[in-house]
Ligand binder design. Structure first.
Ligand code: SIN
Ligand code: FE2
Length: 227
């Protein structure tokens, strides 16, 4: 009996695109999703951040010890915002100049936290850092939060940055890599308290913003979640 085996045309399977995987080879707890956000998502985010900072204008904090202005301009979204003045680094519920509560954290950022943050409680603060082409951020730890188990999730928008990642002690060896527009970086678990900073911005490497520079948004959980 001869039968002709007909090969059926493969049935197209519709499945959602595979979730991007974090970049391999980074230390445990350092999760980098390169260009996680599409151009359209980045544009929408910039527009929403611009709208928020017309309500909560960028400002420069001052260093607690010296009273010298910080290099970066910043603002915040959320119930709490990070702030620095003579009395120290801390989270405050209102804008230091306008006295108004910070605008709400964007729904698109809340969704990112849900997808990539892997943490049961929502973020309470989103620090908006604005880097001009000359700005940098010296090596530091994020240590003003009571909840040090929650991840820090950061989104890069605009020109490339040279990011420096250190260890848990200031003197530890560091490694550097570039962050691109649309990248999402999470420091979590054993990496939550790693030193980090931004050594330089590469002006002209992105067309997302109207002028050279970079916006970095970091989502933070500040207080311990209620039981
Ligand atoms: C920060 O550490 O607050 C910002 C890091 C970044 O700009 O990528
Ligand atoms: Fe930081």
């Amino acid at each position: 009996m001869s039968s002709t085996l007909k090969t059926a045309a493969p049935t197209p399977i519709s499945r959602p695109p595979a979730r991007p995987q974090p970049f391999p080879g980074l230390p445990e707890g350092v999760l980098l999703w390169q260009e996680y956000l599409s151009r359209a998502e980045q544009e929408a985010m910039v527009e929403d951040v611009r709208a928020a900072i017309t309500q909560a204008p960028l400002f420069r904090g001052t260093m607690p010890k010296t009273g010298k202005p910080l290099g970066l301009q910043m603002s915040n979204l959320g119930d709490l915002g990070w702030f620095a003045d003579r009395s120290g680094y801390r989270y405050v519920p209102t804008h230091p100049k306008t006295g108004a509560p910070w605008p709400a954290i964007l729904p698109s950022l809340m969704a990112l936290w849900q997808t990539l943050g892997d943490y049961p409680a929502p973020p309470e603060a989103c620090l908006v850092n604005y880097y001009g082409p000359e700005n940098k951020l010296s090596l530091h730890q994020d240590m003003d939060e009571l909840d040090v188990h929650a991840p820090i999730l950061s989104v890069s928008l605009g020109d490339q940055a040279l990011y420096r990642l250190g260890g848990l002690a200031r003197k530890d060896k560091t490694q550097s890599f570039r962050l691109n527009s649309g990248d999402v970086l999470v420091l979590t678990g054993p990496a939550r308290m790693r030193f980090h900073g931004v050594d330089r911005i590469y002006p002209g490497t992105s067309t997302l913003l109207k002028q050279p520079g970079r916006i970095n948004l970091t989502l933070r959980r500040v207080n311990l979640p209620p039981d």
